[in-house]
Design a binder for this molecule. Structure first.
Ligand SMILES: Cc1cc2nc3c(=O)[nH]c(=O)nc-3n(C[C@H](O)[C@H](O)[C@H](O)COP(=O)(O)OP(=O)(O)OC[C@H]3O[C@@H](n4cnc5c(N)ncnc54)[C@H](O)[C@@H]3O)c2cc1C
Ligand SMILES: NC(=O)c1ccc[n+]([C@@H]2O[C@H](COP(=O)([O-])OP(=O)(O)OC[C@H]3O[C@@H](n4cnc5c(N)ncnc54)[C@H](OP(=O)(O)O)[C@@H]3O)[C@@H](O)[C@H]2O)c1
Length: 247
């Protein structure tokens, strides 16, 4: 397959003024839930490309990406300008290791996301063979403001469909919201507030964790989880912490 294929935008969902999803039709190679592809646009005769995780499960015929308009960013503001019918270049080859086949067995799978990094976890949670792998799945989704929580209806539907196996812990850092935790993931883990919200402890013998998004959040969360006895999951030395930084 060539390096880039021409994709067609079929829908844009505007979650708020800066946060949006693009649904794109493009012929890409099969991917594993949790992986990412690349989107690109020509700017002044140059191709500007960036990585974006697939939000859709591999079985879905239309690709979906969740993105935030980064102030003064080179590509993301231009992606937000796209409307149905517009073209966008898509890399046909998926990449990335934030996938369940990289994560060892355990009782619970904890998924920690900031901002747009909820995307790969939704792909995983919507994929066909996900639910047999662990007894419970906990999605911890941290944003600045409540209005930054995308896909809430879908996530609530997962709660309804899997009332025993799925737990959702929304975290909002810059306002107080009823029914949601307030603060940042690392401190809320230190306090035990996240564990208390689901009634499950985090321990190396039973827990697997995946962390995705803001690199500072990942660095701090890693340190907190290591303090609880968990270790990075490497191919040669399996552990309990699998990570993907977005920048
Ligand atoms: C493996 C991987 C997967 C990614 N998946 C996604 C995705 O699904 N959705 C997405 O929006 N971005 C994702 N990104 C980030 C994306 O590739 C771009 O960096 C982002 O869209 C900004 O590009 P830009 O050209 O507008 O800004 P640039 O000019 O490249 O500015 C980069 C700066 O923007 C900020 N930034 C970048 N990404 C984000 C983000 N997601 N949330 C908040 N601040 C950010 C950081 O401060 C970073 O230093 C991913 C990155 C990687 C490495
Ligand atoms: N959200 C806005 O109001 C706004 C407005 C204009 C532009 N933007 C653009 O949007 C981008 C930001 O996107 P975003 O809000 O999706 O991502 P983000 O800045 O990564 O924030 C997402 C969540 O991660 C938390 N976080 C940040 N650093 C952390 C750390 N070290 N440890 C733990 N948690 C941490 C944030 O908490 P804190 O809130 O405590 O940082 C927030 O709850 C910016 O680059 C900017 O260009 C955003």
């Amino acid at each position: 397959m060539s390096t880039w294929v021409q994709g067609k935008v079929v829908e844009r969902i505007d979650w708020n003024e800066r946060l949006f999803s693009l649904k794109v039709e493009a012929e890409v190679e099969p991917f594993i839930a949790g992986q990412f592809g690349k989107l690109a646009l020509e700017q002044n005769g140059e191709r500007v490309q960036r990585a974006y995780s697939y939000v859709n499960p591999p079985e879905s015929p239309v690709l979906e990406f969740l993105a935030v308009n980064v102030e003064e960013g080179q590509l993301s503001p231009k992606l937000q300008d796209l409307t149905p019918g517009d073209s966008v270049m898509v890399s046909p080859r998926p990449s990335g290791f934030l996938t369940l086949d990289e994560v060892p067995a355990g009782r619970e799978l904890w998924m920690f996301a900031t901002g747009t990094a909820v995307g790969p976890f939704l792909s995983i949670l919507h994929s066909e063979d996900c639910w047999e792998r662990y007894e419970r799945f906990i999605l911890v989704y941290a944003v600045r403001y409540q209005e930054d929580l995308a896909y809430l209806e879908e996530i609530r539907a997962l709660e309804q469909a899997h009332p025993d196996a799925f737990h959702f812990v929304p975290v909002v850092s810059r306002e107080a919201v009823d029914g949601m935790l307030s603060g940042r993931i690392p401190q809320l883990l230190v306090d035990g507030a996240i564990q208390d919200a689901v009634g499950i402890p985090i321990k190396p013998a039973r827990s697997q964790t995946m962390i995705c998004g803001n690199p500072e959040m990942i660095r701090e969360t890693l340190a907190v989880l290591e303090g609880m006895g968990l270790r990075k999951n490497l191919r040669r030395t399996p552990g309990q912490i699998t990570m993907e930084k977005y920048w």
